[in-house]
Design a protein around this ligand. Sequence first.
Ligand SMILES: Nc1ncnc2c1ncn2[C@@H]1O[C@H](COP(=O)(O)OP(=O)(O)OP(=O)(O)O)[C@@H](O)[C@H]1O
Length: 822
Amino acid sequence: MEKSAKKTPSAAMDQNKILSKPRIFFGILFLLLSVVAALSFVSYLMNWKADQSQAGTMLDKTIKSSNFFGKIGDWLGNIFIFESIGVAAFLVAFLFFVCGLIILKKNYFKPWKTIGHSLFFICWLPIFFGAITQGEGVLSGVYGFQIMDFLNSVIGTAGLWLVILVSIALYFILEFNLNPNNIKSKLTDLNDNTVGRVKGMLPKSAESFEADEELENFSEVESPLITVTESAGIQKENHSAPVKNSAPESEFETIKTPNQTSFDGETAGNSLNLNLDNTPAKLENLPVEEEINFKVEVAKPVDVLDESDLKSQELVDKHGYYDHKLDLAKFQMPTIDLLRDYGNEEISINKDELEENKNKIVGLLKNFNVGIAEIKATIGPTVTLYEIVPEAGIRVASIKKLQDDIALNLSALGIRIIAPMPGKGTIGIEVPRKNPSMVSMRSVIASQKFQNTDMDLPVVFGKTISNEIFIADLAKMPHLLMAGATGQGKSVGINAILTSLLYKKHPSELKFVMVDPKKVELSLYSKIERHYLAKLPDGEDAIITDTHKVINTLNSLCIEMDQRYDLLKNAFCKNLKEYNKKFSERKLNPENGHRYLPYIVLVVDEFADLIMTAGKEVELPIARLAQLARAVGIHLIVATQRPSVNVITGMIKANFPARAAFRVISSVDSRTILDSPGADQLIGKGDMLYFNGNEIMRLQCAFVDTPEVEKIAEFIGEQKGYASAFMLPEYSSEENISTVAAFDPNEKDVLFEDAARIIVSTQQGSTSMLQRQLKLGYNRAGRIMDQLEASGVVGGFNGAKAREVLISDLNSLEQFLEGLRK
Ligand SMILES: Nc1ncnc2c1ncn2[C@@H]1O[C@H](COP(=O)(O)OP(=O)(O)OP(=O)(O)O)[C@@H](O)[C@H]1O
């Protein structure tokens, strides 16, 4: 109660302000009376036997009273206690007190309820004590005894006790809303809660009952009351509490309900009506709100298991979760010692070099009137980054223009200026170190960062310019485009990527599709065919070198992608991870085609070579895979030496957000791969730029030598593997063949004859030539070529080479065409 008073001090103060003087006078008078009466009663009870004999001697000065309040106190005690209602007289004193508070408008409790309770006990206690003491002593008072005596004579002793006990029982039932359910729940609460909590609950129970009553009233007039109260700005949260029924079980929420009684004698109902009718301004003068604890319990949602869930649960209980590693349960991941230790890789700091470079940079910039406020050096494995803060007013572009001058001055290759440094207020000048340190694959694989990573497909590229290990998640990239001129570290980079994946993924979780037109770069991995490689069912080698097979494999991967999408759709999963989790929980039936889906990483080395020989036939499936395959766990790594625009077309580029550039020949190439220059300024030997779609980072690629890769492949290859490589879906170009066979002269393209003439006159069965000469799109040129094949002008598809032209000269062709026209 005090709490609520404390909570609304301003409201209470407002009320004090409007108290009239007579009100204050009578209020205090009643409070004093209550104190005098209570103390007189206490004193009377202590001395009543002696003092009673002095009754009626009020004016006799010779007779002294031992009551605190003298003869008045005696008189009061005698009248209220002895002659009337015994110890229940204290309730009369209490009623005085309540009246005093009501007059002073101190609404610490519900006054009318309190008066009601007091009156009940003023009636009940004297009879009860009368029945117990049979009129002996002062506990019952004379009236109490007489009423008890009267009842006793009318209904007998048993009837009297029945009345006493039934009346008190009824009181408690009504007051505390006691019913079997309530008692049970309260007992549970008592059990559940700590002693302190129980203590807290007991006095509150009366309030709970009141709150229930009030809530009933609320529900009758719920919506208007809510509207009015909210508009009045009074405890808006009151109404959100019941709405929050979805709150977790046992969560207590406090709601405040407007007090139902007022000092003007309004009943609860009246009070509510008043709320409805009053304006917000009037509402502010309503009795202070009282805080009660309102407990909301929401039944826990029952986990409804449908039939398939039950089945999967049963299967899990019986067999445990599906373990995709079980087939190769004994498979050992490669050990660190397979990688070569290149010795101390600690960065040596050459102070002279640092000082010299710093002085040169500062001196040169000064010559060009670029003042520097601050300069800082960060030493990386291959380059040192000098970060400068130019003086105020210096334009960034003016420093950027000085790149060549700085390079000349420092007489070093590979100077790169980053102006401004992303996320920093500085300009960066990267200067290659004279004695770069090597970053070995061993050191990055053995690092805590890599060992503890929880990425799906972690790829450790090497170290950043600030010597931190850099790991990226291929699953998130989701495809990587790599470029770099010959001998700049691209092959080492691919090996570093493959090695990181081999060190982290079990054969059941990852498959590689390797395309290597150069035939030598990836051949080392043929040893891990039965563990990690995927191939076409009729493919002899898992590492694909033939262009024709590449096309089939890419199309097969597209089929795999489509099949995976169907599986995911049927399993209601959004991505591979979710799907595999569901499969492991045995929620997906293998009889419906469901299977554990490993990640598939397609690695294409020398993409330029493929594009040159097969053009759109390669570009289209690659672009399709790049666009769609990420969700089904197919990721692409495409590398090229020649990052020209006809190799890395707009379509390819748009679908490869992650790019890695080793040193390239020209800044045009750099722009093709990274959309900005810089890769032409690298120093080679694994010095690379990595673009993740947002920013470009300079990295030193980790070095892994061919013998190391060989060792790893051997280590894996010697272990028990699957019966064969992972089989990709069958893809045959028979469909094309059948369309070719079903050639209909009447449906031939209008440019068919022109195309035939070009081919025969040049003796080159090339689709791209037709495209160029006739200015056709790839699809139409391809269709015409099919028709030429079907009609017998050219031979079948010949992989990388042009088709054989079957008609030797234009004369023969004209005759041939004449024949077709008939
Ligand atoms: N990360 C590296 N750290 C140190 N040296 C490296 C690194 N990467 C490459 N090199 C050096 O550069 C040489 C060429 O590297 P790599 O074979 O990877 O080049 P490439 O770009 O693949 O060439 P190509 O395209 O002709 O195959 C390596 O033999 C090695 O000496």
